[in-house]
Design a protein around this ligand. Structure first.
Ligand code: SF4
Ligand code: SF4
Length: 416
């Protein structure tokens, strides 16, 4: 920490990055919170100005700073359009860490325990998942307001609880060099979205890969980092860097997790190396289809509505690959709200800003409903849950890889 610096964490917002904003305002129309409020302090430019003011000791880090930074969804739509390539996501994560470290907040200990510890413990996650599975079956989750709010839109959790951790699939004999791919199983996704893992494994094995999932991997740290708990998030990154040290390619099927792992360069050379070996499942499978390792099915006349998760479109700049996979599955693509706003899922945003999350969720659901197609493809667990919260029960919402797995292998049913 330099003298007179207002920052207290080891990774504070970079003044060089902050200074790269030329205040052109091109980011304002794509920012969901600015679009909803029309307020400059709810825009990317306004947020950068607020963080710069504290960094230059022109303002103090106070409750207002906390409000301005926590109202951001961290959707990174501003990054995609910014001509100066301001790394808004990492600036905001650092600013949130400073706010959490410097301001007393109610519930901060519980949140640190939940995001920094519980998500790293497979045992605790399984215990919570078991309770949630029973809660779903007896209809108890909706009776607990906070829990019901977060778990609404969740798939039915299978019993007995599944796990991909420690598993190995495909032809080990022929799996050499780049033919081996390693599955990132995630924290809650390992149990709650096990159908996506099953489809991912099914398709990758069909493409001739050997797939395995190290048992010692952990949560990517995105939820902790977005919520301002930089230190536990860094510890999780280090655990994953060790767990995936020998993985030629790490395949991720939750867009939010993939976008975060691709930012591990913040954790040094080994982190940058892992980031460079990490690919979204849609990248790997679209390439395998193009290389002729997976079939292209004839058009079936069926349609699928495609929703672009922010952490796929803006966080990883992946837009075409899910569409190419769904076309190869024989579907006609119907874009839902292309270039539109975030759906409002955004980790714990719906707990902190339920009204804004509901406004954005309702708007996104209306766009899906306008498309008039009851099959929706979404490549991010959080977006899938948010869509299910605001759409009626007549819609089937699946990961693109599940739709492709079902098409090439009708015996595959998953758990969607
Ligand atoms: S688009 Fe980029 S440079 Fe322009 S105001 Fe927004 S953050 Fe700043
Ligand atoms: S990350 Fe999203 S909500 Fe936050 S400032 Fe950028 S566009 Fe707005």
């Amino acid at each position: 920490m330099i003298a007179d610096s207002p920052w207290v964490t080891t990774h504070p917002p970079s003044m060089v990055d902050l200074d790269s904003c030329v205040t052109c305002g091109l980011c304002l129309p794509v920012c969901p919170t600015f679009r909803l409020t029309g307020d400059e302090t709810a825009s990317p430019r306004g947020r950068l100005a607020a963080i710069s003011a504290v960094g230059e000791n022109r303002a103090v880090l106070d409750e207002r700073f906390d409000e301005i930074t926590s109202f951001c969804l961290q959707c990174r739509a501003c990054e995609t359009i910014c001509p100066s390539m301001v790394p808004f996501g990492s600036i905001m994560e650092s600013a949130r860490s400073e706010a959490v470290a410097q301001l007393p907040r109610r519930g901060v200990r519980v949140r640190r325990l939940l995001l920094g510890r519980a998500l790293r413990s497979p045992l605790l996650l399984r215990l919570v998942s078991l309770l949630a599975a029973f809660g779903q079956r007896v209809g108890a989750l909706s009776l607990l307001p906070r829990v019901g709010q977060v778990t609404r839109g969740l798939r039915r959790i299978p019993l007995p609880l599944p796990t991909a951790r420690g598993g190995s699939w495909g032809d080990v004999e022929n799996a050499v060099g780049t033919e081996r791919v390693v599955l990132f199983s995630g924290c809650v996704a390992d149990v709650w979205f096990s159908g996506v893992h099953a489809a991912t494994i099914e398709v990758l094995v069909a493409a001739g890969y050997h797939v395995d999932a190290p048992a010692n991997q952990t949560c990517c740290g995105a939820l902790a980092s977005h919520s301002g708990f930089g230190r536990p998030a860094a510890a999780m990154a280090c655990e994953n860097i060790r767990a995936f040290a020998d993985a030629p390619t790490v395949v991720v099927n939750v867009a939010g997790c993939g976008a975060h792992i691709k930012q591990y360069a913040a954790h040094g050379e080994a982190g940058a190396d892992l980031a460079s070996r990490t690919r979204d499942v849609t990248e790997v499978v679209a390439d395998a289809i193009e290389a002729g390792r997976l079939p292209v099915l004839p058009q079936s006349g069926r349609q699928v509505a495609v929703q672009d998760p922010c952490h796929l479109e803006h966080g990883q700049r992946i837009v075409d690959q899910p569409r190419r996979i769904l076309e190869a599955a024989g579907y006609e693509i119907v874009d839902v709200d292309a270039g539109g706003l975030c759906c409002g899922a955004a980790g714990l945003y719906q707990v902190d800003h339920p009204e804004t999350a509901a406004q954005l969720g309702t708007a996104k659901a209306a766009k899906v409903a306008d498309a008039g197609i009851d099959l929706v493809a979404s490549a991010n667990a959080g977006c899938e849950m948010q869509l299910r919260r605001y759409l009626d029960s007549g819609y089937e919402i699946l990961h693109p890889i599940e739709i492709y797995a079902q098409a090439i292998s009708p015996r595959f049913e998953g758990d969607g």
